[in-house]
Write a protein that binds this ligand. Structure first.
Ligand code: ZN
Length: 213
């Protein structure tokens, strides 16, 4: 695969008439995010990081590095419990605890805007309890299973299309390697790499709490 030597100049603004995709990274924050964010910045690109509340702990610097780059942080529950097993306060806490810990870790009181349910598992109770829009994906790289950067890259390039939401996991170094390889290729192919919120706005989708996207 040919990777361009020089980063193409990309406008900061999003052109809704041109193709765009959202890379999403689940289960962090992770030290791998430094490299992913650096590569995104190099290409004036952005992604969304769906973090676990329990992993935010002493990773304030990673949280702020992500946010300072213009990337988005979303919630992915406190501890990756399948939400369909929960109800009442236990369910509510999986949404609010990650929101609160990200807010306090961030320098500017950042409020997460979207949420990805662990395993993509939802039911009517979960939807009803969610204070956030629920973000799924259309490209599941299965990177956690293959742990193979080339397979992840090939899977994305074979399936990517305008509007794709791509699921990857930044906690694995192979997935980080795949992202580093993919970012220039996707930009070269003409895709704008945008956050989930930017994608929805550009596609004129008004997200609502408890609704799947
Ligand atoms: Zn996950």
């Amino acid at each position: 695969i040919q990777v361009p030597i020089e980063a193409p100049i990309v406008k900061n603004e999003i052109d809704p008439s041109k193709p765009m995709i959202a890379l999403t990274f689940d289960d962090g924050p992770s030290k791998n995010d430094y490299e992913i964010v650096a590569k995104l910045k190099e290409y004036n690109a952005r992604a969304t990081f769906y973090v676990l509340g329990k992993n935010v702990g002493n990773k304030e610097d990673i949280i702020n590095t992500i946010l300072d780059s213009g990337c988005e942080i979303g919630g992915h529950s406190w501890d990756h419990t399948s939400l369909v097993k929960l109800s009442g306060n236990a369910l509510t806490n999986q949404f609010t605890s990650v929101r609160d810990v990200v807010k306090s870790a961030s320098n500017n009181g950042y409020e997460i805007k979207t949420f990805r349910p662990p395993y993509g598992a939802v039911n009517e109770v979960v939807k009803g309890a969610s204070p956030f829009p629920l973000i799924m994906w259309d490209i599941d790289t299965l990177d956690w299973k293959t742990r193979n950067a080339k397979k992840t890259v090939d899977h994305v390039l074979k399936n990517v299309k305008d509007g794709s939401i791509i699921l990857m996991h930044d906690i694995h170094s192979e997935s980080k390697d795949a992202a580093i390889e993919l970012i220039p290729i996707l930009v070269e192919k003409g895709y704008q790499l945008v956050t989930i919120s930017e994608l929805m706005e550009a596609k004129n989708i008004q997200m609502q709490n408890g609704v799947l996207y």
